[in-house]
Design a protein around this ligand. Structure first.
Ligand code: MOS
Length: 695
């Protein structure tokens, strides 16, 4: 048997690419189904209160309307602990403006939309409270942790450390609401027939979705099939079941045998598909005059809804970053009359590292030390939070490589020192990090058929990021065959259990299950490797990582930005971004580059543009489309250079990968903000950096 060259590390074109560019790859809404019906939601027009009257006569009598779905005819669902946002159409309560209160099912989407406007709902409104601040007296400490990392950390004596430090800094940073805005909206086609749900939906994890649906509707999971082969972006907004999927399922129950199609409009997605909540973060750092940190305090306050807990865990990365004997992190929540926030690309780390990496830049200025040098001086020996050694940590190598490529040495650190034809030019740097996780619970099946065909089944998800290709590469290497000998099947609960594509843990989790199955298969095939005529099938679960408790596992990076700020108008342009990352083994340089570049661009968008503006009078965000919620577009993006360092980490998982979906966004906004300070001498601690704040 010839051993083919390694598939991992090869720049392979997307396996799903040709079908996608030819329009053949089907997304949820496009699934051909018999006699589809269309659902259009009715949303609450108050921010808090009760529904006291409902008149469906006009809507129902509209030709083509099949049914009006409301709380009197919706099936009763079973409230799940901690998932209050899914209890829709179950009571008369309105918990936030634009909450679903009804829906119209019709023969066409146009009729459904028109008739939805004819449903009359009478409300008794109550005063709403959307006033987010960090000094409310009803803030509370969250309990939910998205990963194994503790919500709060308390090490040493921070107060004493801060009091004794010769250099002290105490700053507040704020970030607004951010919306995922995936290109493909939240879509579902749901059919209830013969006591079975068949559901096509845009989902980051079909098994997890099935589990939630089964619990909510009191069904056996075997009565539910969830299918999601192609996804047009998600960024976390399709990781959990959202109210919109439940609305579609309730509708499907009302018209058995008719597949119900629902696609949220862009505007509706602003209220039903989660968002990254605004944050208020306080960072206090005490340091020696030479920049060595002696104490650090990082507190984050974020809002959640009245029906469900979600905490933006901004302090999660803080214990990973810098050596300090005294460290305290604090998380607080405010429960308001707003929709429930959710995870969004690097939840926690993304806004958290904007604050921390801005503060580090401020400390560098305070101490008169180069910001890269400052980070090097505070490089920890072991993980400052857990005390464990790092499985690998190449932050300094990333900073060094980046500094060289970016031309950092030529930089005059004096703010406002470069004026080129009326544009103030500045450069900034920030560190990036994300935890390298494996989430237990994935199973892979591999079928081998002679002479050498392998089918790999696992209900993983490709958010448009490259899973189809990367997992095929992982499988090919694990089987010791070429990628063309492997056929991957994902995105369907008909395939074995796979964890949600989240926390950048997809490849690490699914890939390990595939490696395990491949190893067992090769063992059973024996030395000759001949596949029996009848074929051979092996199913294996992801084994536990024996090193999980022995090492702290994280990816790192260095983000560099050059900005030009118009001295007259304050307009900010970003001609150049450079990201140098260390994220273990890179499975596919092509898809990996896209992921990191996309993350960096999203971080720049966060720095300069994105801003969900809440109107307190109405209790809702007013810029609820892409015309008013600004996202960096092509004309805003200059040169974005993505590099990574070779990194061999034998502890993270059999592939040596660390995950790259979220790393690219972390630190990018701080690099831009730090560059803006360098260009102008104005420190913006409140995102986005709009020109009014610079004038
Ligand atoms: Mo990602 S925000 O963990 O789906």
């Amino acid at each position: 048997m010839t051993i083919p060259a390694h598939a991992m590390g090869e720049m392979i074109d997307r396996i799903d690419g040709p079908d996608k560019v030819r329009g053949l790859a089907r997304y949820a809404f496009e699934q051909p189904v018999e006699r589809p019906a269309y659902l259009y939601p009715v949303q609450a027009t108050i921010a808090r209160g009760r529904m006291v009257g409902l008149d469906c006569r006009f809507a129902s009598s509209e030709p083509g309307v099949l049914a009006v779905l409301h709380r009197y005819n919706a099936v009763r669902t079973r409230a799940q602990d901690g998932l209050g946002e899914l209890d829709i159409l179950q009571s008369d309560r309105v918990a936030f403006r634009n909450q679903f209160v009804a829906g119209v099912i019709a023969e066409t989407s146009e009729i459904a939309r028109h008739a939805a406007g004819l449903v009359r709902v009478e409300y008794q409104s109550e005063p709403h409270d959307v006033a987010f601040s960090a000094d409310r007296d009803d803030l509370w400490t969250p309990s939910t942790v998205l990963s194994k990392f503790p919500m709060e950390v308390d090490k040493g004596d921070v107060d004493a450390g801060l009091a004794d430090a010769p250099v002290r800094l105490d700053r507040t940073y704020t970030t607004p609401r951010y919306y995922h805005n995936a290109m493909e909206p939240h879509t579902t086609v749901a059919c209830w027939a013969d006591d079975q749900f068949t559901i096509y939906t845009s989902s980051q994890g079909v098994h997890a979705a099935r589990g939630s649906i089964a619990a909510l509707f009191g069904l056996d999971p075997r009565q539910i099939r969830v299918i999601s082969p192609n996804i047009g972006g998600a960024f976390g907004s399709k990781a959990h079941v959202n109210p919109e999927l439940i609305l579609a399922l309730l509708a499907a129950r009302l018209v058995p045998g008719r597949p119900v199609k629902l696609a949220l409009t862009r505007q509706q997605a602003f209220f039903q598909a989660g968002y990254r909540p605004e944050t208020i973060q306080r960072i206090a750092i005490g340091a020696q005059e030479d920049g060595h940190i002696v104490a650090m305090f990082h507190a984050c306050t974020s809002p959640t809804s009245q029906v469900q807990e979600y905490a933006e865990h901004c302090t999660r990365a803080t214990p990973t970053m810098y050596a300090t004997p005294n460290l305290r992190t604090q998380q607080r929540l405010a429960s308001l009359d707003i929709p429930t926030p959710t995870i969004m690309r690097a939840p926690g780390e993304c806004p958290g590292m904007f604050a921390l990496e801005s503060a580090m830049d401020e400390l560098a200025v305070e101490c008169g030390i180069d910001p890269i040098e400052l980070r090097m001086r505070n490089e920890p020996e072991t993980h400052p939070g857990t005390g464990l050694p790092f499985s690998s940590r190449n932050l300094i190598a990333c900073l060094r490589e980046g500094a060289e490529r970016f031309g950092w040495d030529e930089r005059d650190p004096t703010p406002r020192s470069r004026n080129e034809d009326g544009w103030l030019v500045g450069t900034g740097v920030a560190a990036s990090t994300y935890h390298a996780l494996q989430v237990p619970g994935s199973v892979a099946t591999i079928r081998a058929e002679p002479p050498g065909r392998y089918t790999v089944l696992i209900a993983a998800a490709d958010l448009g990021t490259g899973t189809w290709t990367a997992l095929t590469q992982v499988a090919a290497d694990a089987l010791g065959v070429g990628v063309s000998d492997v056929e991957l099947r994902i995105g369907d609960t008909a395939y074995p259990q796979a964890v949600v594509a989240g926390g950048s843990a997809g490849i690490a989790s699914w890939g390990t299950a595939i490696c395990e199955a491949a190893g067992q298969l090769r063992q059973r095939l024996g030395r000759g490797g001949t596949i029996p005529v009848e074929g051979l099938e092996v199913t294996a679960q992801m084994p536990e990582n024996p090193y999980a408790d022995q090492y702290s596992m994280h990816s790192f990076g260095a983000q560099f930005a050059e900005v030009r700020v118009n001295a007259e108008t304050g307009e900010v342009r970003v001609p150049r971004l450079l990201g140098v990352f260390a994220a273990g083994r890179i499975v596919n340089p092509k898809t990996a580059r896209s992921q990191l570049l996309g993350g960096m661009t999203m971080g720049m968008s966060m720095a300069l543009h994105e801003d969900g503006v809440l109107d307190a009078r109405f209790g809702s965000v007013v810029n609820q489309d892409l015309a008013t919620y600004h996202i960096s577009s092509n004309a805003d993006v200059g040169a974005v250079e993505v590099r990574w360092l070779p990194e061999d980490d034998p502890y993270v998982n059999p592939m040596g990968t660390k995950g790259i979906g979220e790393l690219g966004i972390v630190g990018a906004a701080a690099a831009v903000a730090n560059a803006v300070y360098h260009a102008t001498g104005v420190r913006i601690r409140d995102l986005p950096i709009t020109l009014d704040k610079l004038m």
